[in-house]
Design a protein around this ligand. Structure first.
Ligand SMILES: [Zn+2]
Length: 445
């Protein structure tokens, strides 16, 4: 099968644009720069760290006349970045911002409070490009292949999008599969299975939905890489993806504030890219392990030093897979998406998310406004919400003690809750979280 009609001409256009872009001097120069930073270089990382710290103390009001040793720098949280935004900006000797091409990256936590990060193309963009290209090389992704992307899309993202950096690819951007949406069904029918795919990218739940789509229709895709971001992937979903596409899933760990930071090796551990984003696991009062604290080594316009991500992990472990970088076992949880029980106890959302994916939900969002009660939002075209809620509530009731735990409620005619930047998080937590350890394992997927 091949692309036909509108899709065929859009694809041809994207290929022509990609060729022109790759041939340009600007892209060639950037590619060269990325190429030079591809090797993991601990020594260069040390130099970057020292340069960043010196720069911060000399040029950034928040750190002025501050400490010189890295371990003496204060831990910085989302609230610090939000409330003291201007104090984090780097200034020249005359007190003005230094010349450069800046971009403002506005992100948001699940509580909807915006955090803005100022970066330049030379810094923030470069670290992401280098890390992405390291993954491409590690997994054997070849230049020029097609990327099937079911990740976050913006309003006007075209279906076929030429992307020249870090390595040339035409992205085929699809929304999460939803059998109740005729537009999405038509897009999938016109594209999926009609061309070979070099790489699949997207959020975990959408990659699982794509695998289910292909498995049910006998569509064979054989990508070199499957890169899933953001959410935890339940074991059952991962098995479906890996069986359907004949390839292991690679989880990419990223935060809004520090960009790409680590990826998963063949042994299932996350390896940080220490020479670009320096990790620390700082013990906290949770049950074992500690908080993941990151320093973005190229973040000079707005230094992100010892940033408390809200994610948790056990202490680093040795890994003999051959990849460099600090390695950790999987995340212990993303603290800011915890669920609050009726007795103000705290639960990891992952078991519930796994159960929702297993129930075949095309897309969903969980919103919590009151302890012990979760609102489930699904696309309006999907009719199975009530049944799913009934089934999951029955299973939840079996595992919670009296006056503890939570139950689901299908939010009638609910619209998905977006952050200011238009991002849709799978869990929107509107409550303050009690400082108690997170519980897991309340549902088996
Ligand atoms: Zn490893």
């Amino acid at each position: 099968m091949e692309l036909t009609g509108e899709q065929a001409s859009a694809f041809a256009r994207a290929n022509a644009e990609l060729a022109a872009s790759v041939a340009s001097e600007r892209v060639a120069a950037k590619r060269e720069k990325i190429e030079r930073m591809l090797g993991f270089d601990r020594e260069a990382g040390e130099e970057r760290l020292n340069r960043l710290l010196r720069h911060a103390v000399a040029r950034v009001p928040f750190y002025r006349d501050g400490p010189s040793a890295f371990s003496d720098f204060p831990l910085v949280g989302k609230a610090d970045l939000r409330d003291r935004f201007f104090d984090f900006l780097s200034r020249g000797p005359d007190g003005r911002m230094e010349p450069g091409t800046y971009f403002l990256n506005q992100t948001s936590g699940s509580t909807g409070e915006p955090v803005r990060i100022l970066a330049t193309v030379e810094t923030g963009g470069m670290a992401n490009a280098v890390i992405l290209e390291r993954i491409n090389r590690h997994l054997g992704v070849e230049d020029g292949g097609i990327t099937l992307n079911v990740g976050l899309l913006y309003e006007r993202t075209p279906m076929f999008e030429p992307v020249a950096l870090p390595s040339p690819t035409v992205k085929c951007n699809l929304r999460g599969f939803d059998p109740g949406s005729p537009g999405i069904v038509a897009d999938y029918a016109a594209t999926v299975g009609r061309f070979p795919v070099e790489k699949i990218t997207g959020s975990s739940s959408r990659v699982i939905a794509l695998a289910r789509y292909c498995a049910e229709r006998g569509i064979t895709l054989r990508p070199k890489a499957i890169i899933a971001t953001y959410e935890h992937m339940p074991d059952s979903g991962r098995a479906l993806v890996e069986e359907t596409f004949g390839r292991k899933v690679t989880m990419l760990y990223a935060t809004s504030e520090t960009g790409y930071s680590a990826w998963e090796c063949s042994r299932g551990r996350l390896h940080f890219q220490d020479d670009l984003v320096r990790p620390e696991i700082v013990p906290d009062d949770g049950a074992g392990g500690g908080g993941i604290v990151l320093t973005h080594l190229l973040s000079t316009p707005m230094p992100i030093i010892r940033y408390v991500t809200g994610d948790r992990a056990a202490a680093p472990v040795p890994c003999d897979c051959g990849l460099p970088g600090t390695a950790i076992e999987q995340l212990l949880g993303r603290a800011r998406t915890s669920l609050v029980g009726a007795g103000h106890e705290l639960y990891s959302p992952f078991a519930l998310m796994a159960a929702l994916v297993a129930a075949g939900l095309p897309d969903y969002q969980i919103v919590q406004e009151a302890p012990g009660l979760l609102d489930l939002i699904v696309p309006p075209s999907w009719s199975g919400a009530d049944e799913t809620v009934r089934d999951i509530n029955a299973r939840l009731a079996l595992s919670f003690r009296p006056r503890e735990g939570f139950r689901l409620r299908a939010r009638p005619s609910g619209a998905f809750v977006l952050t200011e930047s238009g991002k849709r998080n799978p869990v929107v937590q509107l409550l303050d979280l009690p400082s108690v350890p997170e519980r897991t394992g309340y549902l088996k997927s």
